[in-house]
Design a protein around this ligand. Sequence first.
Ligand SMILES: NC(=O)c1ccc[n+]([C@@H]2O[C@H](COP(=O)([O-])OP(=O)(O)OC[C@H]3O[C@@H](n4cnc5c(N)ncnc54)[C@H](OP(=O)(O)O)[C@@H]3O)[C@@H](O)[C@H]2O)c1
Length: 395
Amino acid sequence: MGKRIKIGLFGFGTVGRGLYELLERIHSTDVTIERICVRDISKDRGVNASFTDNADDIFNDPEVNFIVELIDDADASYDIVRRALEAHLPVVTGNKKMLARHLPELIELQRKQDTALLYDASACGSIPVIRNLEEYYDNDLLISVKGILNGSSNFILSKIFNEGMSHADALRLARELGFLESNPTLDLDGWDSLFKLVIIGVHAFGIYVEPERVFTYGITHMTDHDISFAREKDRRIKLVAHVEKLPDNRLVMCVMPQLISRNKYIYSVEDEFNGVVIKGLFYDKQFMFGRGAGAHPTSSAVLSDITACLYDYRYEYKKMHNSELPVFDDNVSFRIYMRYNDPVDLQLLRFDEITESYTSPGYNYVVGRARLSSLHHAREAMHSRGLFIAAYPAD
Ligand SMILES: NC(=O)c1ccc[n+]([C@@H]2O[C@H](COP(=O)([O-])OP(=O)(O)OC[C@H]3O[C@@H](n4cnc5c(N)ncnc54)[C@H](OP(=O)(O)O)[C@@H]3O)[C@@H](O)[C@H]2O)c1
């Protein structure tokens, strides 16, 4: 593309405004915002820019040669990104929910249109995990990508484990500080981490797995009993997203709380930070850490994608063309801690083996091995019955 980028920006919320401020701060002349489309044109934005509430004003503006999509509506985001690619306009988006649902189609479209679609900010905010997986970890030695991808739930867990706050107080504080999405179940039930994991799976192992197929469980039902259990074992509870290629080429993916021991990198990922551990055959583990959300951290990743287009950077999706792609499989067993309320709850999840159990008038749990397929099958029932589960690895 030409040397000057003139952006048609969709969205002027946390990240959209963050990008505007960043460009002001660096006095960029290569990259400028031409026009901004928002939902509600009547809001006073307090900046000297050209606003519209009509997408056509952006797409019909002959000066606009680049689209940045930073809105909070996944359906509208999909329409904007499609329309941009169809018009041969390079596009940067941060919308993980939209990408997790539509990636295969959009990958095909950007290839057919020979137009860049970049989205590093969608997976881990400021941590450049996608481009690293795409470029640096561009071989078949990668074993797993595992990490804390949701800052809001991690903030709550940190307040509980480090400052002894109750779950309810930590939740209230996260809400007061604006760390939770307007629909907090996206963060707390693991869906936000799931969408990011689906995107990471494409760039780590070249395979797209529909979000519906991935077992996802969050921290909504965690109680003080679960927190005490973790403390007694000298562990912390973290909400972990995990994709791993097994030696027999099966691909395992899941999002669930995990009892993390002190010797793990992610044990020390605190507050609203994200941390990603990349494991390979010969280099063992590498750890990426940083801010996973927020106006300026996220918009700096957006800006990095924009400037990458100045030198015609594209994701090549090379791994998707590997001859032996891993095969998604959830017939894989995990050691699980499950707290339940009533003996009938035990029938919800099929354990292959139970190694520990405890019952008392107010607190019951089992520890045993269960398959991801069984967990997936029991998910809705476990959730509606208020059960808490966590992966409980041996070390
Ligand atoms: N916040 C973060 O830290 C973060 C981190 C990584 C990725 N992301 C992703 O970045 C995107 C933006 O997040 P955000 O936190 O900046 O959202 P936000 O603060 O809620 O702002 C959303 C913006 O989108 C505009 N909008 C909504 N629907 C629109 C439509 N149909 N057409 C035009 N504008 C529309 C809104 O307009 P009005 O102002 O008129 O309401 C608002 O300016 C999301 O996909 C999010 O998942 C966010």
